[in-house]
Design a protein around this ligand. Structure first.
Ligand code: GDP
Ligand code: MG
Length: 162
């Protein structure tokens, strides 16, 4: 069995774009509409000599009702089956209260968490990261998934966890 990495975070932060960058596929649904991915979506990442499975998930909105509840259930299944979690954040939105709720949920799993601060293109990377330092996640990396930037560093940070 290949190790599994789950991509989790609010809708629209760039999880599916990151999934595509890691798996080099166009399979995940990328859209400007938040919450397009309603279930889990698997791909294999071959960035190095050690392949692993990447799971794209629908966003956790922090609202556990209706479709959101179904999506949240799928996200929890993805967290359960993962060896490591990539918590995708949006540098343009900054740190939102929903991010804190999601982090609480991720921490309850006891799994290792890497924070990937996405959409840093055109921003000061260090300033973008500084805002998320409040989370106290030891490994917090800048990312611009849409431009394939930061994926090698993310891969390097994941390897020892798998
Ligand atoms: P998801 O809901 O978390 O899966 O987010 P998506 O991958 O569908 O992306 C949501 C939006 O953010 C889309 O319009 C993407 O083009 C955009 N996006 C994703 N990654 C980046 C990035 O690195 N930089 C910028 N500027 N936009 C991005
Ligand atoms: Mg998506």
């Amino acid at each position: 069995m290949l190790p599994v990495v789950a991509l989790v975070g609010r809708p629209n932060v760039g999880k599916s774009t990151l999934f595509n960058a890691l798996t080099r596929s166009r399979d995940a649904l990328v859209a400007d509409l938040p919450g397009v991915t309603r279930d889990r979506h698997y791909g294999v990442c071959h960035l190095g000599e050690r392949p692993f499975v990447v799971v794209d998930t629908g966003g956790l909105s922090g609202v556990d009702e209706g479709l959101d509840a179904l999506t949240a259930q799928q996200v929890r299944l993805a967290i359960d089956e993962a060896q490591a979690l990539v918590f995708v954040l949006d540098a343009r939105d900054g740190l939102l209260p929903q991010d804190r709720s999601i982090l609480d949920e991720l921490r309850r799993s006891g799994k290792p968490i890497i924070a990937a601060v996405n959409k840093t293109d055109g921003l000061d990377e260090q300033a973008a990261l500084a805002e998320f330092a409040a989370f106290g996640i030891a490994t917090t990396l800048p990312l611009a998934a849409a431009h394939n930037r930061g994926t090698d560093q993310l891969f390097a940070a994941l390897l020892p966890l798998l």
